[in-house]
Design a protein around this ligand. Structure first.
Ligand code: G4P
Length: 527
């Protein structure tokens, strides 16, 4: 029987954060190839299409060819078990994308070498920063002309306030790409020898070795020596502690498409990324090595299987050894739940989870009892923190086409908000409700589900608001003054928490300036 401590030490639970088109799908495929989880590249996409063909629970997914739902892929490599949590990366991503990042112990940030940091990379990075998630950077597409390497590193440091430490260095770029230099092992990995699944081994080659000139050409060798000297001067040695605290990112270069530099990246994740970490909870921190089982739900997905109206709760195990059939306490309701049919998500399939360890993600089928943020334990009353709601980035007013159905619509919107699909705000001045989401596409998802699951028609109209902030102060009088000064912008969320709906960033800035003692929060813990 595997000891708990061994199983924990061997697990790496991570996600890829990137802007659309940076190469996340391609990289995912290549990582799965290493784990033998798929036989050929292209399977991730192919599987997505298969699933779309099979399921019609969400026609938008088919129509738009977008995978609205995130999934989990588990694979093994080098004796380690990797759980890769997918974050929907299309421009119209959702709050789920953010919340998935609360269930990982590290993240790989993929950048396009020609583009550097883009808007979505940055948003996702900020979510990682909330929990100091360690970030490994992969600069992709070095087989194409990209930006100056130093320039890219500088941009990461400046825009994200994150220190960087390259662990590999590209030898040339684009048409002149010769390979990468492994700065830890002092090895050259040659690009031209990469063919299909054949990956060249690194060649031991100290920089001063004259054979380097023969291997990559005198000009490239000279440039490499010069650049490495600069890099080593700026970043003398990799500081594991600073990385694990989320302050420093190791950087790898490669081409996901050409399967180049990916092995070095994966080995890097295995070597550097932390195994399942302690999790902050109320009233005490939970250590993964504790014998009793505990974990939390970070995502709920409805109607994965169109034949059943079940929901799947995505559950991250945080401590103990889970065995199928266990009865766990649902802390919010105090009830016991028998976990009889939990599933693991493999690259190609799902399988019944007989046993799971901290860091693993299980899908728990249920009829709506499990909500985002819920904790399950073997009896102790603890609640995990840090699975928040995120301030919406798009807000719309609800338009009800049939006023006789107002009550049903209210129920539908409340259900969907509870599931974490959207957020619901009730303006204090009695105006029609406002629905908020993180990605635009969610409105189509909501309208589609309201129609198919509740047989109602609802539309969404422009609302004069751009974003929302939860407002809080111990000083009740101050809050009262704030509400009076902003009556048409105040609302309550579904839990009755006070929310300021901002017309634009200027209005938000102004409110913050006028009321410096009020806390304006972009996240709110689930209750
Ligand atoms: P995403 O999931 O982050 O959105 O990106 P995806 O992997 O789908 O990659 C976006 C595009 O970039 C794809 O091209 C893909 O082939 C290409 N790409 C990914 N990695 C590399 C790389 O290392 N080098 C180069 N040169 N290109 C790369 P596409 O033409 O949009 O799609 P496809 O028709 O090739 O599938």
């Amino acid at each position: 029987m595997t000891a708990l401590s061994d199983a924990v030490a061997l697990r790496r639970t991570f996600a890829i954060i990137s802007h659309p088109d940076a190469g996340k799908t391609t990289l995912t495929e290549k990582l799965l190839l290493f784990g033998g989880a798929i036989q050929m590249a292209g399977a991730v996409r192919a599987r997505g299409e298969q699933r779309r063909a099979r399921s019609d629970w969400m026609s938008i997914e088919r129509e738009r060819g977008i995978s609205v739902t995130a999934s989990v892929m588990s694979f093994e490599h080098g004796g380690l078990s990797f759980n890769l949590l997918d974050t929907p990366g299309h421009e119209d991503f959702s709050e789920d994308t953010y919340r998935t990042l609360t269930a990982v112990d590290s993240a790989v940030m993929v950048l396009d070498a020609a583009k550097g940091i883009e808007t979505q990379t940055r948003k996702l990075f900020e979510v990682c920063r909330l929990r100091d998630v360690p970030i490994v950077t992969f600069i992709n597409k070095v087989d194409r002309e990209g930006r100056e390497t130093f320039d890219l590193l500088d941009e990461i440091e400046k825009t994200l306030a994150l220190d960087v430490c390259p662990l590999t260095w590209p030898i040339g770029m684009g048409r002149d790409l010769k390979g990468v230099y492994d700065l830890t092992a002092d090895q050259v990995v040659l690009f031209e020898q990469t063919r299909g699944d054949h990956l060249p081994e690194g060649i031991d080659m100290p920089l001063e070795d004259p054979r380097l000139d023969g291997l990559v050409g005198a000009d490239a060798a000279a440039r490499l020596r010069e650049e490495v000297e600069l890099v080593r001067g700026a970043c003398p040695s990799f500081d594991l502690e600073a990385f694990r605290a989320g302050h420093l990112s190791p950087v790898f270069f490669g081409s996901a498409l050409r399967n180049f530099g990916v092995r070095e990246l994966l080995n890097g994740i295995g070597r550097l990324a932390p195994p399942p970490r302690q999790q902050s909870a109320d009233p005490r921190v939970i250590d993964p090595l504790e014998e009793t089982v505990s974990g939390f739900v970070f995502k709920v997905q409805a109607n994965m299987d169109p034949n059943h109206r079940d929901r799947i709760a995505f559950f991250r195990l945080c401590s103990g050894r889970f065995k199928r059939g266990m009865k766990l306490k649902h802390v919010r309701s105090g009830k016991l739940m028998a976990i009889g049919n939990p599933v693991f998500f493999l690259a190609r399939d799902r399988e019944l989870a007989e046993e799971a360890f901290p860091g693993d993600i299980m899908g728990i089928p249920n009829h709506g009892a499990l909500r985002i943020g819920d904790t399950l334990t073997e009896g102790e009353d603890v609640r995990f923190n840090g699975i928040p709601s995120f301030a919406p980035e798009v807000l719309r007013r609800v338009r009800l086409d049939d006023p006789m159905k107002a009550k049903q619509l209210r129920k539908a919107l409340e259900d969907l908000a509870e599931e974490g699909v959207s957020q619901l705000f009730k303006p204090l001045n009695g105006a029609s409700w406002i629905v908020g989401v993180v990605g635009q596409l969610q409105f189509e998802v909501i309208a589609n589900r309201i129609e198919s699951e509740y047989s109602l028609k609802a539309g969404f109209e422009e609302a004069p608001f751009e974003t929302a902030r939860w407002v809080h102060s111990e000083d009740k009088l101050l809050i009262k003054r704030f509400v009076e000064a902003n009556t048409s912008s105040m609302a309550e969320d579904r839990d009755g928490a006070l929310v300021f709906l901002a017309r634009n960033s200027w209005a938000l800035g102004r409110a913050q300036q006028d009321f410096p003692d009020i806390v304006f929060s972009a996240t709110r813990e689930q209750h």
